[in-house]
Ligand binder design. Structure first.
Ligand code: BES
Ligand code: MN
Ligand code: MN
Length: 467
């Protein structure tokens, strides 16, 4: 490993320059105007795979954005890892809040600022550089690798599940390695063993054919903005519980041991609150903040639109009102079942004075793995070697929709090996990647391949528990 470590340490500057080029491609999957950029980014990813020595590199088509794939399969008798990540990024608005342009990666104070720096191009690139270090120095990898980098994660991985189903044989592996999560905090490298799922909806209300003069018609018809507010107000009670009937039926309870582990983590509620700029924290009263965000489901309004919001005043009754809402789900909630419960509840509580339409948008299943899995243990050792510190075990509130499909379709567990930081502004203005974590992550990834490579190939397909 020493020559691999040397390679990583002496090539830091080049890695950074290349990552900046990767980050310059505005691969925003949600916006049609960036469709060609997304493809260009898939091709860039594939080109990089070729350059580092991966074989059978290709850009695979889907009905949506393409997937970049490559592999190296000459580690006879060793296990095979499937490295998954995403090269697509979130939109950048509000653009005026960026200190430096989102697609001109800029280093300030040891942090690299750009859209996608942490989520997820920087973490994808960390693996590509770890692979490069092994291949350039030794002409081989200690483990077989298949790399799959998709372009639709930020829009719900719409076509990836079909792709995995079709390519089952080609993707056969022993474990999936994903770097698309965060560390618990600066200097606290982590392994994530649980993710929340997601069920996302748009609610549209219509009161009348067109907007109305609020003087002539005010009092005669329902105002859809008010009706929408009333509907939304019935989604959560004052102690933070979701009121959709049946919502909590399948929620797996936190174990006492897990609650105790969470309490041991270095979490300072006061500085968390201050960092967020929140006057008070709010959530289910009988749970702590970490429990609320990692292990409890929740409901949120993501956006609202109705009526006149321009300068000055306009006396109008809006014809329509719209809300984007979503629920984060935990094991063993099923997004399809939650969708049915939610739609039934909205229809039940919406008065007949408006027309209501509920449209289901993307979603994903919650996921959790077994801490005793030998892969999770191997990842723990790799983190320790790469960062010189023991990893803590965490869950995350975010979602990676495809993780549970790897379990269901390929029958293999995933290891979440993320090096982001909670404060890295992913999805927000001024996203960044802490460069020390990037370099530590390249080392840790290089160690991870060696750790998994040293495991026996037979008997490695240890199933993870739950979803
Ligand atoms: N990398 C995130 C997932 C994540 C977020 C992990 C926070 C850990 C902490 C991923 O790119 C993401 O943003 N997922 C979306 C999924 C959605 C678009 C279907 C999410 O969680 O909102
Ligand atoms: Mn991500
Ligand atoms: Mn994301």
């Amino acid at each position: 490993m020493n020559n691999v470590i040397d390679f990583i340490n002496t090539n830091r500057d080049r890695f950074l320059d290349e990552l900046k080029a990767y980050l310059a491609i505005p691969s925003v999957s949600a916006l049609a105007e960036h469709k060609d950029d997304v493809r260009r980014c898939a091709e860039w990813t594939a080109g990089q795979m070729r350059e580092i020595g991966l074989e059978n590199v290709r850009v695979a088509e889907t009905p949506g954005h393409p997937i970049a794939c490559g592999e190296w399969l000459h580690a006879e008798g060793a296990p095979t890892i499937l490295i998954y990540g995403h090269y697509d990024v979130q939109p950048v608005d509000p653009l005026d809040q960026w200190i430096s342009p989102p697609f001109e990666a800029t280093v300030r104070d040891g942090d690299l600022f750009a859209r996608g720096a942490a989520d997820d191009k920087g973490q994808v690139f960390m693996h590509l550089k770890a692979i490069e270090a092994h291949l350039k120095q030794n002409g081989r990898l200690p483990v077989n690798v298949k790399v799959l980098i998709e372009g639709e994660e930020e829009v719900g991985s719409t076509h990836l599940e079909d792709y995995i189903r079709q390519e089952k044989a080609a993707l056969a592996s022993n474990v999936v390695v994903i770097s698309d999560t965060g560390m618990f905090a600066r200097g606290v490298p982590s392994i994530c063993y649980g993710l929340r799922g997601l069920a996302y909806f748009q609610i549209d209300l219509r009161g009348t054919k067109s907007d109305l003069h609020s003087g002539s018609f005010g009092g005669a018809v329902a105002n859809p903005a008010i009706v929408l507010a009333q509907v939304l107000a019935q989604m959560k009670d004052r102690s933070g519980h979701v009121k959709v009937p049946g919502f909590y039926d399948d929620v797996r309870a936190l174990t006492e041991q897990e609650r105790a582990e969470f309490k041991r983590l270095p979490f300072d509620e006061k500085s968390y609150r201050k960092e967020l700029g929140a006057p008070r924290l709010f959530g289910e009263s009988e749970y702590t903040t970490l429990e609320r965000t990692w292990a409890r489901p929740t409901f949120d309004v993501n956006g609202l639109l109705s009526g006149f919001t321009g300068e000055g005043a306009k006396t109008v009754i809006p014809a329509t009102a719209m809300a984007k809402v979503s629920m984060r789900l935990v094991p063993n909630q099923d997004p399809d079942r939650i969708a049915a419960l939610f739609e039934a509840y909205v229809k039940k509580i919406t008065p007949k004075t408006v027309e209501v339409k509920v449209t289901r948008m993307h979603g994903g299943k919650p996921w959790m793995t077994d801490l005793d899995s030998p892969f999770v243990q191997a990842a723990g050792r790799a983190i320790e070697q790469g960062f010189g510190k023991r990893a803590v075990f965490t869950r995350e509130g975010g979602s990676i929709p495809i993780v549970s499909a790897f379990q269901h379709e390929l029958g293999i567990p995933s290891v979440l090996f993320g090096i982001g930081l909670p404060e890295e502004n992913s999805h927000a203005p001024n996203e960044f990647l802490h460069l020390d974590n990037f370099y530590g992550g390249v080392l840790a990834a290089a160690f991870l391949y060696a750790e998994i490579g040293a495991m026996p190939e037979s008997g490695t397909a240890v199933p993870s528990v739950g979803e």
